[in-house]
Design a binder for this molecule. Structure first.
Ligand code: GLN
Length: 256
């Protein structure tokens, strides 16, 4: 099997609530299958090129406070953005959590009213309504969108079921364009905006989500889907996920 190359963007700026754990889970689940893994850390000092991003199997970017988003924003928008857009539009596999998910849209209006123009990769926008609206905080359970559940690769690695579980903490509320599919439908929690029961987004082979935890810790089906897609494989050898699945089930029973 080919090497899994995970490009981890802004680890020092966007790593709220254990989001860095998503990279460790991908690394470990690949290692247990004898897959060689390399994690490439992408921060403002790293220059990208169209040639370089072709070698990425998976792109990952975590969440962060408004301040963290502002610190990395200029580099993302001016330097990394064009290459990320090219990578996603060409079907690259990627996972963006919360703060980075927001910046993949048209804009993020932060709590103090600052507007950060996004990369416009996802047809969505996010607004933080300040203290006028409470933060979206708590445990989340959502039903995975049919489009993803019925994806043949997802279906082949899915030993968990129809749900994703996690934890959210965001002030920004995200509104999807009509052309976009949500990652899931909220069962418990707020999700994108606490209004339309959507959580996250699916676009080509990219996923945006508000779920921290880290997300992949209790959602091995999503982790394996990203690994298989990143390697261009239809399925993966099974791992013993008994304990993780029991944690997923327990998390799914938590109140908001
Ligand atoms: N700062 C953004 C918000 O509050 C994102 C927060 C996060 O990444 N958890 O909505």
């Amino acid at each position: 099997m080919s090497k899994l190359i995970i490009a981890y963007f802004y680890p020092s700026y966007l790593n709220l609530y254990g989001d860095t754990g998503n990279v460790e889970i991908l690394r470990e689940r690949a290692r247990r299958r004898g897959i060689d893994v390399e994690v490439v850390y992408i921060d403002p000092t790293v220059s990208l090129s169209s040639e370089a991003v072709k070698y990425f199997s998976i792109v990952f970017m975590g969440g962060g406070p408004d301040s963290g988003q502002k610190l990395m924003y200029e580099d993302l928008y001016k330097n990394k953005g064009p290459y990320l857009r090219e990578y996603v539009e060409k079907g690259g596999i990627s996972l963006f959590i919360c703060g980075s998910y927001q910046l993949m849209g048209h804009y993020y209006k932060s709590a103090d009213g600052t507007i950060l123009n996004g990369l416009g990769i996802f047809d969505l926008y996010t607004e933080h309504f300040g203290n006028h609206k409470p933060r979206c905080i708590g445990n989340v359970t959502c039903e995975i969108s049919e489009e993803l559940r019925h994806d043949p690769v997802f279906n082949s690695v899915n030993k968990v079921g129809r749900t994703l579980v996690g934890f959210e903490n965001h002030g920004g509320r995200t509104y999807l364009g009509n052309s976009l599919l949500p990652l899931g439908k909220i069962i418990t929690g707020y999700g994108n905006n606490a209004e339309d029961a959507s959580e996250g987004v699916l676009y080509k082979n990219s996923i945006g989500s508000y779920l921290h935890g880290p997300l992949l810790a209790k959602n091995p089906h999503l982790a394996d889907y990203l690994i298989a897609k990143g390697l261009g494989m239809d399925s993966l050898p099974e791992l013993d996920d008994t304990l993780i699945i029991s944690a997923h089930t327990a998390a799914g029973n938590l109140k908001q």
